[in-house]
Design a protein around this ligand. Structure first.
Ligand code: C5P
Length: 398
């Protein structure tokens, strides 16, 4: 299951550290190699000898151990594994991670790594529920740290509630899911998302109501299937997902340049709500009222149609180009015509009339139009649409 995978396991200082010994055994039974790192506090709960004996690997404990540095520097150590696992993750180590401290080996490795990090928190229920810990938890999730647990139950300190470290078997399951090779492994997919902002002057712009929710969900779902995702996003309301290459842009012209620069790709999905025009006579100074009631006249120039341009590429055209069609009327007819006009392979059509609540909302009801015809999917969450579409993209590229 985990054959050939390398896990760097950081054991923090909590009573749950004893479960990490079982975790090492179960990871090794699943075929993984485990390189253990024990914090100073962790060594108060389990001995270095038992950890390294179970891992059958050298154990690392000290940032300034010259023997370790000579064998393998801490930067290299942080990157040699496929995954970094922190179990147990204590409140203290969590706070260090959230603020970017690097004052011991574990925190330095966590700051230096370029690999995914999965953490299994374990602490007293009050410590877990403390606003400071919850703040750190939210920050780390935004930073793309993956979590398993904490579970709810009776704690070693006699209290009851969330804070127990997940069971080793559950942690192994999560590790397996994170390291599983998905069907899009080795594939590069470009996703555009969000609105564009077209400046009128340095402080004003023209925009639209796109939240970026569907494009973000799609990028996340594609990455979860193993794709390398270039996520070209306008100024969206929702934060970009973890595990993708984020390329922030503001205008349609910037989005066009970013998409071109991200090529070649196996597939490109254009979920962005790109403005059709930009202000041709945008001012480089703030436009002022002139007191005479005379309104400034804005001139508009058409933006490039990025989807049509990429669909019509002679060289470097992605094998699968997917567009979205946000319509307010005659959805199927307009979207089918749009697929022809733009030259893309698929169109994901949706009705964005205000009464549907789709634009800016959490749900979507889409019709997928391919050369085989059209299929209407039931109304479901944008995450579910994304998962289904990512799956279809994986099948099409297989
Ligand atoms: O023409 P319309 O804006 O309805 O087309 C929608 C589709 O085209 C979406 O996939 C959108 O991301 C893409 N598009 C684009 N560049 C534009 C306009 C739309 O890529 N300038």
């Amino acid at each position: 299951m985990l054959a050939g995978k390398r896990v760097l396991l950081i054991i923090g200082g909590g009573i749950a550290a004893f479960k990490s010994l079982t975790l090492i055994r179960e990871l090794r039974a699943a075929g993984a190699r485990v390189t253990p790192v024990l914090t100073g506090a962790g060594a108060q709960f389990v001995t270095p000898l038992s950890v390294s004996a179970l891992a059958a690997e050298k154990i690392y404990q000290d940032l300034f151990d010259l023997t370790d540095e000579a064998e393998m520097g801490h930067i290299e150590l942080s990157r040699a594994a496929d995954l970094v696992v922190v179990a147990p993750l204590t409140a203290d180590l969590m706070a260090k991670m959230a603020t970017g401290l690097a004052n011991d080996l574990a925190s330095t490795l966590l700051l230096a790594t370029d690999k995914p990090v999965l953490a299994a928190p374990a602490m007293n229920v009050r410590m877990w529920q403390h606003p400071a810990t919850q703040r750190n938890f939210a920050t780390l999730k935004d930073d793309g740290i993956l979590f398993v647990g904490p579970d709810e139950g009776e704690m070693a300190c006699g209290e009851f509630g969330p804070g127990r470290m997940s069971e080793p078997a559950d942690i192994v399951d999560k590790i397996t899911a994170v390291l599983a090779n998905g069907p899009l492994e080795g594939r590069h997919v470009i996703v555009t998302s969000g609105p564009t902002h077209e400046p009128i002057d340095p402080v004003r712009y023209i925009a639209n109501r796109s939240s970026g929710a569907q494009g973000t969900a799609l990028a996340r779902a594609l990455a979860a299937l193993g794709a390398e995702v270039s996520f070209v996003t306008g100024p969206a309301d929702v934060p970009p997902p973890a595990g993708v290459r984020v390329i922030p842009v503001e205008t349609a012209l910037e989005m066009q340049t970013a998409v071109q620069a991200a090529l070649p790709a196996d597939a490109a999905v254009f979920a962005a709500a790109v403005a059709d025009w930009h202000v041709a006579n945008a001012s480089d100074q703030k436009i002022k009222k002139d007191g005479r009631g005379v309104l400034p006249v804005l001139e508009f120039a058409e933006n490039p149609d990025i989807l049509a341009e990429i669909s019509h590429l002679k060289r470097n055209r992605p094998a699968l180009v997917v567009g979205f069609a946000a319509e307010t009327d005659n959805v199927l007819k307009n979207a089918t015509a749009k697929r022809q006009r733009k030259g893309c392979d698929w169109i994901v059509a949706n009705d964005v009339s205000p009464e549907t609540g789709i634009m800016g909302g959490a749900e979507n009801a889409v019709t997928l139009i391919t050369d085989a015809g059209s299929e209407s999917w039931p109304r479901m969450s944008k995450d579910a649409v994304a998962t289904r579409l990512a799956q279809r993209i994986a099948e099409a590229l297989a």
